[in-house]
Design a protein around this ligand. Sequence first.
Ligand SMILES: *Cc1c(COP(=O)(O)O)cnc(C)c1O
Length: 469
Amino acid sequence: MNDRIHQDLQETSQLLAAAKDFSEQFLATIEAIPVGRGMQGFERLSLPEQAHGASYAMHRFETLYAPYVNSSAGPRYWGFVTGGTTPAALMGDWLTAAMDLNAADRTAVSFHMEEEALHMLRQLFGLPEGYLGCFVSGATMSNFSGLATGRQWLGMQRGINIGEEGLHALGVIKVVSATPHSSVVKSMSMMGLGRNALVRIPTLPGREAIDVLQLEQYLAAHPEEPVIVSASAGTVNTVDFDDIAAIVKLKERYVFWLHVDAAFGGFAALSDTHRHLVAGWEQADSITIDAHKWLNVPYDSAMLFTRHPEMQLEVFKNAGAAYLGDPAKQFNYTNYGPENSRRFRALPAWFSLQAYGREGYRELVTRNIRHAQLLGQHVASDDRFRLLAPVHMCVVCFTLHVAEEELGAAVAAYLQALQDGGVVYMTATYYAGVPAIRAALVNWRTTDEDVAIVWEEMQQQVEMLPARV
Ligand SMILES: *Cc1c(COP(=O)(O)O)cnc(C)c1O
């Protein structure tokens, strides 16, 4: 190994050139690469006995697997909510790996740059400086960390330090929400609250947003109960928003922790026409915003913002590790989030924010919203489709005009046909019990032409479906 790895060291320049060439070629042709090719039935490689070096690994990757890589970073991958990577973010991410700094070191330059990136993000989203930010691996971990900080706060309200005593010292904590993302419920399991502690408040009629009156009734009926309200700022099906300002107002009369899951909906703050949707969020206790979605930095990256750093510290501090110093005296992100050793995730975000600024991101968000609305208009105007909800932001949620009993199969067949076509990738969902399709547009590359290409493809494929009504 030693010989081989040191030979690689001598060849660093050629090796990095090979990685660069591959990346360059991939990105230059990304629009022609199928959006959703899967791979099945592959043999698993064994651990090599001998060291063959990095070129060997690259060769194996290029010959065995590269032909199957899909273009999920491309302009017409509209499944889930999947951003791409801006050129500047890619540079930042490469440098992150090359430098391999541990962002747990508060004396390193990475610490200053993480603070700076979070400062720029607060400016981008219009969040007060009073929010402590922290990079984590994704919105799931951000939701987890926000809820865990709320759990701590609820205990402290009652004189119980859950970080020290454990959850059982307090007992049941309810998480109250109307349309929570699955990761909120997953977090409840991870945190020991249990999935059954979720209280679902009804939505407003025909909406995914919480009925605030019913939320208030619940709070009034359970005055003693420790409650986290998990508000949705952008549901995944229809990008509906809970009325955050109205929920904040309830804090005057009821005691609860307000967490806002704004994984991608938080980007409404960048749009003059959509900013009102997050009105009041600057008074939430904790906020989740994803970076690998609409910020278009590579996986895996998200932010947690909270107004209660002292509670966060109680949850996440490394207490009693002599070599780490006193967490209360020396600020370190390690003591405010789940990870100890930390990737320098702030750097790709820092690069992209410095490169494109407020104007660049505003243009991106505005353009994606316009494209989603355009697609929504196409769908609404064609009676082979049925738009299931108004296009609030960046997601089009629709289904096919097919007899109810055939709809599930038709939707599956249609999605498969689109995927096989390789032009566009959308994903399945259920909306109000109806088998449906989602297209989520949050990629910086998407253009007017992409929307036209997709709409053409959608019409062609719908023609081919059997048994239409
Ligand atoms: C994507 C998403 C999450 C989970 O985010 P990950 O980055 O996949 O961990 C949570 N909430 C909402 C609203 C999301 O869209």
